[in-house]
Design a protein around this ligand. Sequence first.
Ligand SMILES: *Cc1c(COP(=O)(O)O)cnc(C)c1O
Length: 492
Amino acid sequence: MTSRVRPHLSYNEPLLFERSSPGKVAYQLPELDVPPVDPKEALGPSNVREAIDDFPEVSEVEVIRHYTRLSAWNYAIDFGMYPLGSCTMKYNPRVNELVARLEGLAWAHPYQPESLAQGAMEVMARLEAALAEITGMDAVTLQPAAGAQGELTALLMMRALLERRGNPRKKILIPDSAHGTNPASAATAGYAVENIKSNEAGMLDVAALEQHVNEDVAALMLTNPNTLGIFEEQIERVAEILHAKGALLYMDGANMNALMGIARPGDFGVDALHLNLHKTFSTPHGGGGPGAGPVAVKRELEPFLPVPRLKRTGKKWAYDYRRKDSIGRVRAFYGNFGVLVRALAYILAHGGPGLRNVTLDAVLNANYIRRKLEPHFDLPYPSPAMHEVVFSDARQAVHDVHTGEIAKRLIDYGFHPYTVSFPLIVRGAMMIEPTETETKHELDRFIQAMIDIAGEAEQDSEIVRNAPHATRTSRVDEVAAARKPVLRWKPA
Ligand SMILES: *Cc1c(COP(=O)(O)O)cnc(C)c1O
Protein backbone atom coordinates (compact mmCIF):
# COMPACT_ATOMS: atom_id res chain seq x y z
CA MET A 1 0.00 0.00 0.00
CA THR A 2 2.28 2.80 -1.15
CA SER A 3 1.45 4.66 -4.35
CA ARG A 4 -2.31 5.06 -3.92
CA VAL A 5 -2.75 8.08 -1.67
CA ARG A 6 -6.14 8.17 0.05
CA PRO A 7 -4.88 9.23 3.45
CA HIS A 8 -8.17 9.88 5.17
CA LEU A 9 -9.69 6.58 4.28
CA SER A 10 -6.70 4.31 4.14
CA TYR A 11 -4.21 5.30 6.78
CA ASN A 12 -4.19 3.29 9.97
CA GLU A 13 -6.41 5.19 12.37
CA PRO A 14 -4.72 5.64 15.77
CA LEU A 15 -6.60 4.92 18.98
CA LEU A 16 -8.39 7.84 20.60
CA PHE A 17 -6.05 7.31 23.57
CA GLU A 18 -3.07 8.04 21.33
CA ARG A 19 -4.60 11.33 20.18
CA SER A 20 -5.30 12.52 23.68
CA SER A 21 -3.82 15.72 24.98
CA PRO A 22 -4.60 17.14 28.42
CA GLY A 23 -7.37 19.72 28.68
CA LYS A 24 -9.10 19.03 25.37
CA VAL A 25 -12.86 18.58 25.71
CA ALA A 26 -15.64 17.71 23.29
CA TYR A 27 -18.40 19.76 24.89
CA GLN A 28 -19.29 23.31 25.82
CA LEU A 29 -21.65 24.13 28.64
CA PRO A 30 -22.96 27.55 29.69
CA GLU A 31 -21.93 29.07 33.03
CA LEU A 32 -23.90 27.65 35.97
CA ASP A 33 -26.87 29.81 36.89
CA VAL A 34 -27.72 27.74 39.99
CA PRO A 35 -25.62 27.11 43.10
CA PRO A 36 -23.04 24.36 42.47
CA VAL A 37 -23.58 21.02 44.24
CA ASP A 38 -20.85 18.59 45.23
CA PRO A 39 -21.66 15.43 43.25
CA LYS A 40 -20.33 13.27 46.09
CA GLU A 41 -22.81 14.83 48.48
CA ALA A 42 -25.69 14.61 46.05
CA LEU A 43 -25.08 11.07 44.81
CA GLY A 44 -23.06 9.49 47.61
CA PRO A 45 -19.26 9.08 47.32
CA SER A 46 -19.45 5.46 46.13
CA ASN A 47 -21.35 6.59 43.02
CA VAL A 48 -18.77 9.13 41.91
CA ARG A 49 -15.63 8.07 40.09
CA GLU A 50 -12.48 10.04 40.83
CA ALA A 51 -10.74 9.54 37.53
CA ILE A 52 -10.43 6.98 34.78
CA ASP A 53 -6.81 6.07 34.05
CA ASP A 54 -5.65 7.50 30.74
CA PHE A 55 -9.14 8.59 29.75
CA PRO A 56 -8.68 10.18 26.32
CA GLU A 57 -9.09 13.95 26.16
CA VAL A 58 -10.02 14.92 22.61
CA SER A 59 -12.07 17.55 20.80
CA GLU A 60 -15.50 17.01 19.23
CA VAL A 61 -14.22 17.02 15.67
CA GLU A 62 -11.58 14.41 16.54
CA VAL A 63 -14.19 12.11 18.05
CA ILE A 64 -16.55 12.49 15.10
CA ARG A 65 -13.83 11.89 12.51
CA HIS A 66 -12.40 8.93 14.40
CA TYR A 67 -15.68 7.04 14.49
CA THR A 68 -16.76 8.09 11.01
CA ARG A 69 -13.49 6.75 9.56
CA LEU A 70 -13.80 3.52 11.47
CA SER A 71 -17.39 3.09 10.26
CA ALA A 72 -16.19 3.43 6.66
CA TRP A 73 -13.68 0.61 7.18
CA ASN A 74 -16.34 -1.84 8.13
CA TYR A 75 -17.70 -4.26 5.59
CA ALA A 76 -21.50 -4.18 5.65
CA ILE A 77 -24.47 -5.69 3.88
CA ASP A 78 -25.06 -2.23 2.37
CA PHE A 79 -21.70 -2.54 0.52
CA GLY A 80 -22.16 -5.97 -1.00
CA MET A 81 -22.88 -9.65 -0.59
CA TYR A 82 -22.21 -11.05 2.88
CA PRO A 83 -22.31 -14.83 2.38
CA LEU A 84 -21.65 -15.77 6.02
CA GLY A 85 -23.39 -19.16 6.22
CA SER A 86 -25.74 -19.83 9.14
CA CYS A 87 -25.98 -16.09 9.86
CA THR A 88 -28.51 -15.09 7.15
CA MET A 89 -27.00 -11.71 6.38
CA LYS A 90 -29.87 -10.45 4.25
CA TYR A 91 -30.35 -6.83 3.28
CA ASN A 92 -32.47 -4.88 5.77
CA PRO A 93 -35.18 -2.99 3.85
CA ARG A 94 -35.27 0.72 4.73
CA VAL A 95 -39.04 0.71 5.23
CA ASN A 96 -38.40 -1.19 8.49
CA GLU A 97 -36.16 1.65 9.66
CA LEU A 98 -38.73 4.26 8.70
CA VAL A 99 -41.40 2.52 10.76
CA ALA A 100 -39.11 1.96 13.76
CA ARG A 101 -38.32 5.69 13.79
CA LEU A 102 -41.98 6.80 13.98
CA GLU A 103 -42.15 9.03 17.02
CA GLY A 104 -44.78 7.06 18.94
CA LEU A 105 -42.76 3.85 18.56
CA ALA A 106 -39.21 5.20 18.83
CA TRP A 107 -40.01 7.18 21.98
CA ALA A 108 -42.25 4.65 23.70
CA HIS A 109 -41.02 4.00 27.23
CA PRO A 110 -41.37 0.66 29.04
CA TYR A 111 -42.64 2.46 32.15
CA GLN A 112 -45.39 4.20 30.18
CA PRO A 113 -48.79 3.30 31.71
CA GLU A 114 -50.66 0.60 29.82
CA SER A 115 -53.37 3.06 28.84
CA LEU A 116 -50.74 5.11 26.93
CA ALA A 117 -48.94 2.11 25.43
CA GLN A 118 -51.86 0.48 23.63
CA GLY A 119 -50.31 1.02 20.18
CA ALA A 120 -46.99 -0.55 21.16
CA MET A 121 -48.84 -3.47 22.77
CA GLU A 122 -50.91 -3.92 19.61
CA VAL A 123 -47.68 -4.08 17.56
CA MET A 124 -46.36 -6.87 19.80
CA ALA A 125 -49.68 -8.74 19.78
CA ARG A 126 -49.81 -8.63 15.98
CA LEU A 127 -46.23 -9.86 15.71
CA GLU A 128 -46.98 -12.75 18.07
CA ALA A 129 -49.99 -13.68 15.93
CA ALA A 130 -48.01 -13.44 12.68
CA LEU A 131 -45.18 -15.63 14.01
CA ALA A 132 -47.69 -18.20 15.34
CA GLU A 133 -49.26 -18.33 11.87
CA ILE A 134 -45.90 -18.62 10.06
CA THR A 135 -44.68 -21.43 12.35
CA GLY A 136 -48.02 -23.23 12.83
CA MET A 137 -47.65 -22.99 16.60
CA ASP A 138 -50.17 -21.92 19.26
CA ALA A 139 -48.46 -19.22 21.32
CA VAL A 140 -45.38 -16.99 21.08
CA THR A 141 -43.20 -15.02 23.51
CA LEU A 142 -41.19 -12.12 22.13
CA GLN A 143 -39.00 -11.64 25.18
CA PRO A 144 -35.73 -13.52 24.43
CA ALA A 145 -33.06 -11.17 23.12
CA ALA A 146 -31.34 -13.68 20.83
CA GLY A 147 -31.64 -17.18 19.44
CA ALA A 148 -29.50 -18.65 22.19
CA GLN A 149 -31.69 -17.07 24.87
CA GLY A 150 -34.74 -18.43 23.06
CA GLU A 151 -33.25 -21.92 23.28
CA LEU A 152 -32.72 -21.59 27.02
CA THR A 153 -36.22 -20.16 27.54
CA ALA A 154 -37.80 -23.06 25.66
CA LEU A 155 -35.72 -25.68 27.47
CA LEU A 156 -36.73 -24.26 30.84
CA MET A 157 -40.38 -24.45 29.75
CA MET A 158 -39.94 -28.05 28.61
CA ARG A 159 -38.31 -28.90 31.91
CA ALA A 160 -41.30 -27.34 33.73
CA LEU A 161 -43.76 -29.36 31.65
CA LEU A 162 -41.90 -32.63 32.19
CA GLU A 163 -41.62 -31.88 35.89
CA ARG A 164 -45.39 -31.41 36.02
CA ARG A 165 -45.74 -34.80 34.30
CA GLY A 166 -43.65 -36.26 37.12
CA ASN A 167 -40.05 -36.36 35.89
CA PRO A 168 -37.92 -33.57 34.36
CA ARG A 169 -35.59 -36.25 32.90
CA LYS A 170 -31.83 -35.96 32.45
CA LYS A 171 -30.69 -35.71 28.86
CA ILE A 172 -31.02 -33.65 25.72
CA LEU A 173 -30.12 -35.29 22.40
CA ILE A 174 -28.28 -33.14 19.87
CA PRO A 175 -27.05 -34.14 16.38
CA ASP A 176 -23.36 -33.70 15.57
CA SER A 177 -24.18 -31.01 12.99
CA ALA A 178 -25.76 -28.68 15.57
CA HIS A 179 -24.89 -25.06 16.23
CA GLY A 180 -22.73 -24.63 19.35
CA THR A 181 -25.46 -22.73 21.18
CA ASN A 182 -27.61 -25.91 21.38
CA PRO A 183 -25.38 -27.92 23.74
CA ALA A 184 -24.55 -24.73 25.67
CA SER A 185 -28.25 -24.00 26.26
CA ALA A 186 -28.96 -27.60 27.25
CA ALA A 187 -26.14 -27.55 29.81
CA THR A 188 -27.32 -24.18 31.17
CA ALA A 189 -30.80 -25.65 31.61
CA GLY A 190 -29.26 -28.41 33.73
CA TYR A 191 -29.29 -31.24 31.19
CA ALA A 192 -26.59 -33.64 30.08
CA VAL A 193 -25.96 -33.63 26.34
CA GLU A 194 -25.82 -36.75 24.19
CA ASN A 195 -24.64 -36.51 20.59
CA ILE A 196 -26.25 -38.31 17.67
CA LYS A 197 -24.45 -38.99 14.40
CA SER A 198 -25.60 -37.80 11.03
CA ASN A 199 -25.86 -40.31 8.16
CA GLU A 200 -24.14 -40.11 4.74
CA ALA A 201 -26.99 -38.01 3.39
CA GLY A 202 -26.18 -35.37 6.04
CA MET A 203 -29.39 -36.04 7.97
CA LEU A 204 -30.11 -37.24 11.48
CA ASP A 205 -29.65 -41.01 11.67
CA VAL A 206 -33.14 -42.17 12.64
CA ALA A 207 -32.00 -45.68 13.62
CA ALA A 208 -29.42 -44.14 15.99
CA LEU A 209 -32.13 -41.85 17.38
CA GLU A 210 -34.39 -44.83 18.15
CA GLN A 211 -31.58 -46.41 20.16
CA HIS A 212 -30.94 -43.23 22.15
CA VAL A 213 -34.50 -42.31 23.14
CA ASN A 214 -35.56 -43.61 26.52
CA GLU A 215 -37.22 -42.36 29.72
CA ASP A 216 -34.12 -40.26 30.55
CA VAL A 217 -34.41 -38.15 27.41
CA ALA A 218 -36.22 -34.83 27.82
CA ALA A 219 -35.96 -33.66 24.22
CA LEU A 220 -34.13 -33.66 20.91
CA MET A 221 -32.84 -30.31 19.67
CA LEU A 222 -32.88 -30.39 15.91
CA THR A 223 -32.11 -27.65 13.39
CA ASN A 224 -34.27 -27.92 10.28
CA PRO A 225 -33.06 -27.44 7.65
CA ASN A 226 -29.87 -28.41 9.45
CA THR A 227 -26.54 -26.61 9.38
CA LEU A 228 -25.55 -28.49 6.22
CA GLY A 229 -28.46 -26.68 4.54
CA ILE A 230 -30.31 -30.01 4.20
CA PHE A 231 -33.97 -30.58 5.07
CA GLU A 232 -34.52 -33.37 7.62
CA GLU A 233 -36.86 -35.48 5.51
CA GLN A 234 -37.67 -37.89 8.35
CA ILE A 235 -38.86 -35.10 10.64
CA GLU A 236 -42.38 -36.53 11.16
CA ARG A 237 -40.95 -39.92 12.05
CA VAL A 238 -38.45 -38.23 14.40
CA ALA A 239 -41.33 -36.50 16.22
CA GLU A 240 -43.23 -39.81 16.54
CA ILE A 241 -40.23 -41.62 18.01
CA LEU A 242 -39.76 -38.91 20.65
CA HIS A 243 -43.44 -38.53 21.52
CA ALA A 244 -43.90 -42.28 21.87
CA LYS A 245 -41.36 -42.18 24.73
CA GLY A 246 -42.76 -39.02 26.33
CA ALA A 247 -39.89 -36.82 25.04
CA LEU A 248 -40.27 -33.51 23.24
CA LEU A 249 -39.06 -32.13 19.91
CA TYR A 250 -37.31 -28.77 19.96
CA MET A 251 -36.55 -27.15 16.63
CA ASP A 252 -33.76 -24.63 16.30
CA GLY A 253 -35.61 -22.32 13.89
CA ALA A 254 -32.61 -20.17 12.93
CA ASN A 255 -33.02 -21.49 9.39
CA MET A 256 -36.72 -20.65 9.12
CA ASN A 257 -35.80 -18.53 6.08
CA ALA A 258 -35.78 -21.82 4.17
CA LEU A 259 -39.30 -22.84 5.26
CA MET A 260 -41.33 -19.65 5.71
CA GLY A 261 -44.50 -19.78 3.62
CA ILE A 262 -43.78 -23.35 2.48
CA ALA A 263 -43.79 -25.63 5.56
CA ARG A 264 -44.77 -25.08 9.18
CA PRO A 265 -42.92 -26.75 12.07
CA GLY A 266 -46.20 -26.95 14.00
CA ASP A 267 -47.55 -29.19 11.23
CA PHE A 268 -44.63 -31.64 11.34
CA GLY A 269 -44.58 -32.40 15.05
CA VAL A 270 -42.40 -29.70 16.65
CA ASP A 271 -43.31 -28.81 20.27
CA ALA A 272 -41.26 -25.62 20.58
CA LEU A 273 -38.87 -23.58 18.47
CA HIS A 274 -37.10 -20.25 18.44
CA LEU A 275 -36.85 -17.81 15.57
CA ASN A 276 -34.09 -15.29 14.93
CA LEU A 277 -35.77 -12.05 13.91
CA HIS A 278 -32.29 -10.74 13.04
CA LYS A 279 -31.92 -13.51 10.48
CA THR A 280 -35.21 -14.56 8.90
CA PHE A 281 -37.02 -11.26 9.40
CA SER A 282 -34.26 -8.91 8.22
CA THR A 283 -33.70 -6.82 11.33
CA PRO A 284 -30.16 -5.42 11.56
CA HIS A 285 -27.67 -7.97 12.69
CA GLY A 286 -24.11 -7.89 13.79
CA GLY A 287 -21.87 -5.87 16.03
CA GLY A 288 -23.29 -7.77 18.98
CA GLY A 289 -26.95 -6.97 18.63
CA PRO A 290 -29.58 -6.17 19.58
CA GLY A 291 -31.50 -9.08 18.16
CA ALA A 292 -34.60 -11.01 19.12
CA GLY A 293 -35.19 -14.74 19.54
CA PRO A 294 -38.95 -15.26 20.02
CA VAL A 295 -40.10 -18.71 21.09
CA ALA A 296 -43.19 -20.39 19.63
CA VAL A 297 -44.83 -23.30 21.45
CA LYS A 298 -47.69 -25.77 21.25
CA ARG A 299 -50.70 -25.41 23.57
CA GLU A 300 -49.31 -27.81 26.16
CA LEU A 301 -46.32 -25.54 26.84
CA GLU A 302 -48.28 -22.28 26.86
CA PRO A 303 -48.85 -22.11 30.67
CA PHE A 304 -45.08 -22.00 31.18
CA LEU A 305 -44.35 -19.00 28.93
CA PRO A 306 -42.41 -16.15 30.57
CA VAL A 307 -44.33 -13.31 32.21
CA PRO A 308 -45.76 -10.86 31.43
CA ARG A 309 -48.15 -12.10 28.75
CA LEU A 310 -50.20 -9.76 26.60
CA LYS A 311 -53.89 -10.15 27.35
CA ARG A 312 -56.92 -8.56 25.75
CA THR A 313 -59.56 -7.35 28.18
CA GLY A 314 -62.51 -5.78 26.38
CA LYS A 315 -61.00 -3.34 23.92
CA LYS A 316 -57.75 -2.86 25.81
CA TRP A 317 -54.44 -4.66 26.01
CA ALA A 318 -53.05 -5.41 29.46
CA TYR A 319 -50.02 -7.26 30.82
CA ASP A 320 -50.82 -10.42 32.74
CA TYR A 321 -48.24 -11.17 35.44
CA ARG A 322 -50.34 -13.64 37.42
CA ARG A 323 -49.58 -16.91 35.73
CA LYS A 324 -48.77 -19.52 38.33
CA ASP A 325 -46.95 -21.97 36.02
CA SER A 326 -44.80 -19.39 34.24
CA ILE A 327 -41.02 -19.91 34.29
CA GLY A 328 -40.86 -16.21 35.28
CA ARG A 329 -39.08 -13.40 33.55
CA VAL A 330 -36.26 -14.00 31.10
CA ARG A 331 -35.55 -10.38 30.30
CA ALA A 332 -36.28 -6.87 31.56
CA PHE A 333 -39.56 -5.43 30.24
CA TYR A 334 -40.98 -6.99 27.05
CA GLY A 335 -38.15 -7.72 24.62
CA ASN A 336 -36.09 -5.63 22.18
CA PHE A 337 -39.03 -3.54 21.06
CA GLY A 338 -37.32 -1.73 18.16
CA VAL A 339 -36.37 -5.08 16.64
CA LEU A 340 -39.94 -6.33 17.03
CA VAL A 341 -41.30 -3.29 15.20
CA ARG A 342 -38.91 -3.85 12.29
CA ALA A 343 -39.86 -7.53 12.02
CA LEU A 344 -43.58 -6.74 11.90
CA ALA A 345 -42.94 -4.06 9.25
CA TYR A 346 -41.04 -6.67 7.20
CA ILE A 347 -43.82 -9.25 7.53
CA LEU A 348 -46.60 -6.81 6.64
CA ALA A 349 -44.65 -5.27 3.74
CA HIS A 350 -44.22 -8.72 2.18
CA GLY A 351 -47.55 -10.32 3.05
CA GLY A 352 -48.01 -14.10 2.85
CA PRO A 353 -47.15 -14.56 -0.84
CA GLY A 354 -44.16 -12.21 -0.47
CA LEU A 355 -42.72 -14.21 2.42
CA ARG A 356 -43.15 -17.39 0.39
CA ASN A 357 -41.21 -15.76 -2.45
CA VAL A 358 -38.44 -14.80 -0.03
CA THR A 359 -38.00 -18.49 0.81
CA LEU A 360 -38.11 -19.62 -2.82
CA ASP A 361 -35.50 -17.03 -3.83
CA ALA A 362 -33.22 -17.89 -0.89
CA VAL A 363 -33.27 -21.56 -1.92
CA LEU A 364 -32.85 -20.71 -5.61
CA ASN A 365 -29.83 -18.51 -4.92
CA ALA A 366 -28.11 -21.15 -2.78
CA ASN A 367 -28.68 -23.83 -5.42
CA TYR A 368 -27.42 -21.54 -8.18
CA ILE A 369 -24.14 -21.14 -6.29
CA ARG A 370 -24.04 -24.88 -5.58
CA ARG A 371 -24.34 -25.75 -9.29
CA LYS A 372 -21.84 -23.13 -10.47
CA LEU A 373 -19.17 -23.98 -7.88
CA GLU A 374 -19.59 -27.75 -7.88
CA PRO A 375 -17.03 -28.21 -10.70
CA HIS A 376 -14.42 -26.31 -8.66
CA PHE A 377 -14.96 -27.27 -5.01
CA ASP A 378 -15.62 -30.52 -3.17
CA LEU A 379 -19.26 -31.04 -2.16
CA PRO A 380 -19.23 -33.49 0.77
CA TYR A 381 -23.00 -34.10 0.92
CA PRO A 382 -24.92 -34.63 -2.30
CA SER A 383 -28.38 -33.88 -0.87
CA PRO A 384 -30.07 -30.86 -2.45
CA ALA A 385 -29.31 -27.53 -0.79
CA MET A 386 -31.99 -25.47 0.87
CA HIS A 387 -30.98 -21.89 1.79
CA GLU A 388 -27.22 -22.53 2.10
CA VAL A 389 -24.57 -24.81 0.70
CA VAL A 390 -21.53 -26.35 2.41
CA PHE A 391 -18.41 -27.15 0.37
CA SER A 392 -15.11 -28.43 1.72
CA ASP A 393 -11.55 -27.33 0.88
CA ALA A 394 -10.50 -30.93 0.00
CA ARG A 395 -9.50 -30.07 -3.58
CA GLN A 396 -7.49 -26.99 -2.53
CA ALA A 397 -5.95 -28.66 0.53
CA VAL A 398 -3.87 -30.76 -1.91
CA HIS A 399 -2.06 -27.50 -2.74
CA ASP A 400 -1.85 -26.61 0.96
CA VAL A 401 -4.58 -23.99 0.65
CA HIS A 402 -7.31 -24.21 3.28
CA THR A 403 -10.75 -22.83 3.97
CA GLY A 404 -9.52 -19.97 6.18
CA GLU A 405 -7.09 -18.81 3.48
CA ILE A 406 -9.66 -18.93 0.70
CA ALA A 407 -11.98 -16.91 2.94
CA LYS A 408 -9.26 -14.28 3.53
CA ARG A 409 -8.58 -14.11 -0.20
CA LEU A 410 -12.29 -13.33 -0.78
CA ILE A 411 -11.68 -10.07 1.11
CA ASP A 412 -9.26 -9.00 -1.63
CA TYR A 413 -12.02 -9.65 -4.15
CA GLY A 414 -14.34 -7.33 -2.23
CA PHE A 415 -16.55 -9.86 -0.44
CA HIS A 416 -17.10 -10.71 3.17
CA PRO A 417 -15.86 -14.26 3.82
CA TYR A 418 -18.21 -17.21 4.01
CA THR A 419 -18.38 -19.15 7.31
CA VAL A 420 -15.14 -21.02 7.93
CA SER A 421 -14.80 -24.52 9.46
CA PHE A 422 -18.48 -24.90 10.46
CA PRO A 423 -20.38 -27.21 10.65
CA LEU A 424 -17.76 -29.24 12.48
CA ILE A 425 -18.67 -32.51 10.79
CA VAL A 426 -17.22 -31.23 7.51
CA ARG A 427 -13.44 -31.03 7.49
CA GLY A 428 -12.37 -27.68 5.99
CA ALA A 429 -15.97 -26.50 5.72
CA MET A 430 -16.87 -23.54 3.52
CA MET A 431 -20.44 -22.58 4.35
CA ILE A 432 -22.08 -20.18 1.93
CA GLU A 433 -25.46 -18.52 2.44
CA PRO A 434 -26.31 -15.92 -0.20
CA THR A 435 -29.87 -15.10 1.05
CA GLU A 436 -32.67 -14.00 -1.28
CA THR A 437 -31.64 -10.36 -1.38
CA GLU A 438 -28.69 -10.85 -3.78
CA THR A 439 -29.19 -10.17 -7.46
CA LYS A 440 -27.98 -12.58 -10.14
CA HIS A 441 -25.33 -10.01 -11.02
CA GLU A 442 -23.92 -10.01 -7.48
CA LEU A 443 -24.10 -13.83 -7.26
CA ASP A 444 -22.18 -14.10 -10.55
CA ARG A 445 -19.47 -11.73 -9.27
CA PHE A 446 -19.11 -13.86 -6.13
CA ILE A 447 -19.02 -17.11 -8.10
CA GLN A 448 -16.33 -15.70 -10.42
CA ALA A 449 -14.26 -14.63 -7.41
CA MET A 450 -14.48 -18.15 -5.97
CA ILE A 451 -13.52 -19.73 -9.31
CA ASP A 452 -10.57 -17.33 -9.68
CA ILE A 453 -9.37 -18.21 -6.19
CA ALA A 454 -9.65 -21.94 -6.97
CA GLY A 455 -7.42 -21.26 -9.99
CA GLU A 456 -4.92 -19.34 -7.86
CA ALA A 457 -4.80 -22.21 -5.37
CA GLU A 458 -3.53 -24.44 -8.20
CA GLN A 459 -1.18 -22.01 -9.94
CA ASP A 460 -0.13 -19.39 -7.42
CA SER A 461 -0.98 -20.78 -4.02
CA GLU A 462 1.28 -18.31 -2.14
CA ILE A 463 -1.02 -15.44 -3.04
CA VAL A 464 -3.96 -17.22 -1.43
CA ARG A 465 -1.98 -18.45 1.54
CA ASN A 466 -0.83 -14.92 2.43
CA ALA A 467 -4.13 -13.14 1.77
CA PRO A 468 -5.54 -10.61 2.37
CA HIS A 469 -3.27 -8.19 0.52
CA ALA A 470 -5.62 -5.23 0.06
CA THR A 471 -6.41 -4.48 3.68
CA ARG A 472 -4.66 -2.19 6.19
CA THR A 473 -3.76 -5.13 8.37
CA SER A 474 -3.25 -8.56 6.90
CA ARG A 475 -2.95 -11.56 9.21
CA VAL A 476 -3.42 -10.99 12.89
CA ASP A 477 -2.45 -13.49 15.54
CA GLU A 478 -5.91 -14.91 16.16
CA VAL A 479 -4.80 -17.22 18.94
CA ALA A 480 -3.10 -14.43 20.90
CA ALA A 481 -6.11 -12.16 20.29
CA ALA A 482 -8.41 -14.79 21.82
CA ARG A 483 -6.13 -15.93 24.64
CA LYS A 484 -4.52 -12.63 25.65
CA PRO A 485 -6.88 -9.84 24.61
CA VAL A 486 -5.68 -6.31 25.36
CA LEU A 487 -8.75 -4.69 26.85
CA ARG A 488 -7.13 -1.60 28.34
CA TRP A 489 -4.76 0.71 26.52
CA LYS A 490 -1.59 1.58 28.37
CA PRO A 491 0.80 4.33 27.31
CA ALA A 492 4.01 2.93 25.84
C1 LIG B 1 -27.53 -18.09 14.70
C2 LIG B 1 -27.88 -19.41 15.18
C3 LIG B 1 -28.13 -19.64 16.54
C4 LIG B 1 -27.90 -18.61 17.64
O1 LIG B 1 -28.65 -17.43 17.48
P1 LIG B 1 -28.19 -16.08 18.17
O2 LIG B 1 -29.30 -15.12 17.85
O3 LIG B 1 -26.88 -15.72 17.56
O4 LIG B 1 -28.07 -16.33 19.65
C5 LIG B 1 -28.52 -20.91 16.91
N1 LIG B 1 -28.66 -21.90 16.01
C6 LIG B 1 -28.41 -21.72 14.70
C7 LIG B 1 -28.59 -22.86 13.74
C8 LIG B 1 -28.01 -20.46 14.24
O5 LIG B 1 -27.76 -20.29 12.93
